[in-house]
Write a protein that binds this ligand. Structure first.
Ligand SMILES: [Zn+2]
Length: 273
């Protein structure tokens, strides 16, 4: 990962383009997962709230266990001081939720595993919507014996993945690293409006986020980001390879972020639906 931690001021909101609003700094990788790269004066208040709500859901729900288990810091407001957390489990009575002490709580990483995105293979039209993808899971801190003796738990149940939020989460990271690297005017952005799209079950990001066909990084850190270029049918695409929790071999995503300056946006990438 690039060791630079601060980048140029974009001069306007990197999501909505508002140049008159007061702007606050934007973490490229959220602080809640130990991101330290910052774009100063990058986000207006309205966009910050919108994006913050989505990130908050990911950090408090999908990533709460692993963040706590791995000791990732984060904003004070995100810190969870509860001594016991609910855990979805299977008991002799069936499936249910049981309160488990913090130190006994298993942590789980649960990320969707997508196919290689169609734009990578040169398909110039939007493919059909596909159903819920497979997931990659990693459990940490599971002591089956203790869970059975202390709580009567047979096994933890694999949770649900917040697919829409997860796609927006990856898109936000990809958009930010592109802004940091190219500058706001250095590329034709494709994701900024989609990141702000709060409609539930939105499919607007589906075709932009996939799993990368590139090899994963050899040196494993906690997270991995790499800006890449691809030329297909005369169009220069910028995309970002992102592997969060790289250390645990989680999926390597490829997120289509934008096009080379002056490139017309292909028809399939125009509509927000
Ligand atoms: Zn804005």
């Amino acid at each position: 990962m690039n060791r630079r931690t601060s980048y140029d001021r974009p001069g306007r909101c990197i999501f909505c383009g508002d140049g008159a609003a007061e702007l606050t700094k934007e973490h490229i990788l959220p602080k809640a997962i130990d991101g330290d790269m910052v774009i100063p004066k990058a986000t207006c208040d309205i966009c910050q709230k919108n994006v913050g709500k989505m990130e908050d859901r990911i950090h408090r729900r999908q990533l709460l266990g692993p963040r706590s288990y791995l000791g990732l810091k984060g904003h004070g407001s995100f810190r969870d001081k509860r001594k016991r957390f609910p855990l979805k489990v299977e008991t002799v009575d069936g499936e249910g939720s049981v309160l488990v002490d913090r130190e006994d709580h298993p942590a789980m990483l649960l990320f969707p595993r997508y196919s290689i995105p169609s734009w990578f293979e040169g398909i110039e039209e939007k493919p059909a919507f596909t159903s819920a993808p497979a997931v990659t899971t990693r459990f940490f801190n599971v002591d089956y014996d203790l869970l059975w003796r202390k709580y009567g738990i047979l096994r933890p149940v694999v949770g649900q993945c917040l697919f829409d939020d997860w796609n927006r989460y990856l898109a936000k990271i990809a958009h930010c690293i592109a802004v940091a690297g190219f500058g706001v005017d250095g590329f034709v952005p494709l994701l900024h409006e989609r990141i702000l799209d709060e409609r539930p079950l939105t499919r607007s990001l589906q075709h932009f986020v996939g799993c990368s066909p590139n090899p994963p990084p050899v040196e494993k850190g906690m997270h991995f980001i790499r800006v890449c270029e691809l030329e297909r049918a005369g169009v220069r695409y910028f995309y970002v390879d992102i592997q969060l929790f790289s250390l645990f071999d989680m999926p390597l995503y490829a997120v289509l972020t934008g096009l080379a300056p002056g490139t017309p946006v292909p028809a399939w990438a125009r509509s927000l639906d």
